[in-house]
Write a new protein. Structure first.
Length: 510
């Protein structure tokens, strides 16, 4: 480059400006990518806005990382924390032992093992976060700029934590002193482009304060997707807050269990597994089996009477053709009493006055909504439109029966008056909507939605739990998860209307 008509001093000034601009560009890149390699990680630096810069040091003799981090929080739509990272692709696993330094000021200071799309403050991510008070949760932001959600595990202060990425699904694992990892819950789907950032981090949860944590026995690796040829199925019982949509896991088990009901005492959930009906405390722990007499082939269409004294099940044990019929027995257990003469019949609703059951029956190749007296008797057909009708449930005031129907070509939520009249469509989207369930005050309706390409309500599918406000008919996404059949077939709201329960699933490689 040649300048003419200027003095040497002016030329020197312009050269300096060019050098400063070049350096600024390099520094801008450094600020985005962080500092250089540290231990097994390619870089480190602060993510988001922090007042006090953090740091990462590595003690090679002990294979220990010490991270000092500031930041107001890792939550909502933006994060602020110190992060050591490595760019990776494919299926990955990252585990570590974590210990905080000192007592700390905020009980929710966090140390995390994380998979993150980018170093932007509002990036999509998933992490297993150990809080200062021992609370451990899978936190995630499923899209850039969206709000963070979490699934808490009932395990407090685990000895080791691990996050795994299998395809687009993320799972949380914890281990005790024996070092044996167990699945601790959740399988959110978060689509990430390759490469992404995998690493460890610390947030003080106090913008004016720096907190410190040590990470030892850090194990970061790629996993072979070929092991998914014979995966294990896990079922995960979750409870979700009806306002924040934050979730907590209360029970995880290998194999399949389904369809929670909330017991009237608010203390236990009821669900089915291997043809039997079991209960579990809402705080987790051991399960108990209800004595259902001869009914040992119960499916996921079960429920509890409005007065809390009776249990209704759909069972196929005594039908000659092994088709489901509806029975009632005491909630404490006992011999079932047959309610529906014809089969197959699947219970789905109990009128608030306790006098009538709504169920789905297949008659002549058509699935329709029927009602029958709770004492038994002749059934009454409520729907006659061609196509599948399913998921019947009374509103809490008893005036309407809601259901899902494919009479328009794909499954949507419909309703009718309790006598079957004035049938009208309620949802109108592209998704296939199933199983409407009402909060006790009738203000909210939760339902499950499948992709438009999915026929029926099969198991092991990507689904959304969605909530409609009955006041303005607006729909919000409660969560995106791996589920389907068994996730939320039956009423599962807590008696106080503050929470509801569901089952998610995870396919985990051997």
């Amino acid at each position: 480059m040649i300048w003419t008509g200027i003095g040497e001093f002016e030329m020197a000034k312009r050269v300096c400006v060019l050098i400063m601009l070049a350096l600024a560009g390099s520094l801008g890149s450094w600020a985005q990518e962080g500092r250089g390699p540290v231990g097994a990680f390619e870089g480190s630096g602060d993510v988001g806005t922090v007042i006090h810069s953090g740091s990462v040091t590595f003690d090679a003799s002990k294979a220990t990382y010490t991270i000092a981090g500031s930041g107001e929080n890792m939550w909502l739509a933006a994060d602020a924390f110190q992060f050591a990272w490595k760019k990776m692709s494919g299926d990955v696993s990252l585990s570590a032992e974590i210990s905080f330094t000192g007592t700390g000021k905020n009980e929710h200071r966090k140390a995390v093992v994380m998979v993150r799309q980018s170093l932007d403050a509002d990036s999509a991510y998933a992490d297993v976060a150990l809080h200062g008070n021992g609370l451990t949760s899978l936190q995630f932001r499923d899209e850039k700029g969206e709000t963070t959600h979490e699934v808490q595990t009932i395990v407090n202060s685990p000895h080791r934590v691990k996050i795994e990425k299998h395809g687009a699904y993320f799972t949380m694992w914890v281990a005790g002193e024996d070092g044996k990892f167990v699945l601790a819950g959740a399988s959110p789907k978060i689509a990430m482009k390759e490469p992404f950032f995998v690493g460890i981090g610390v947030c003080s949860h106090e913008k004016d304060l720096v907190e410190q944590a040590q990470f030892s026995k850090v194990d970061m690796k790629n996993m072979s997707p070929g092991t998914m040829a014979a995966p294990k199925l896990y079922s995960i019982m979750e409870i979700v807050n009806a306002e924040s949509f934050d979730r907590r896991t209360i029970y995880v088990a290998e194999g399949r269990f389904e369809a929670p009901n909330w017991m009237p005492d608010r203390k236990r959930l009821l669900f089915n597994r291997n043809g039997k009906i079991e209960t579990i405390a809402v705080t987790g722990g051991a399960t108990q089996t209800i004595d259902t007499g001869f009914a040992l082939h119960c499916n996921n269409d079960h429920g509890i009477s409005p007065d809390g004294k009776q249990l209704v099940v759909s069972d196929q044990t005594r039908n000659a053709d092994h088709k489901s019929q509806v029975y009632i027995l005491p909630i404490t257990g006992g011999e079932p009493r047959l309610i529906t003469k014809n089969a197959p019949s699947y219970w789905h609703g109990w009128s608030p006055d306790g006098k009538t059951l709504a169920f789905i029956g297949e008659r002549g190749g058509e699935f329709d909504v029927y009602t029958v007296a709770a004492e038994g008797g002749e059934e009454t057909r409520m729907t006659t439109a061609p196509g599948l009708d399913d998921g019947s449930e009374y509103t809490p005031d008893g005036k309407f029966i809601y259901m899902n129907s494919e009479r328009t070509g794909h499954m949507q939520i419909w309703r009718m008056k309790a006598d079957g009249s004035e049938q009208e469509q309620v949802t109108f989207g592209e998704l296939n909507d199933w199983f409407p369930h009402f909060s006790p005050d009738g203000s909210e309706m939760v339902f499950i939605s499948f992709d438009p390409t999915v026929k029926g309500h099969p198991e092991n599918k990507d689904v959304e739990l969605r909530m409609m406000s009955m006041k303005d008919k607006k729909i919000r996404v409660v969560g995106r998860l791996f589920g389907g059949q068994g996730t939320m077939n039956v009423p599962s709201w807590s008696p106080d209307g503050k929470e509801f329960a569901f089952v998610s699933y995870a396919l985990v490689p051997e």
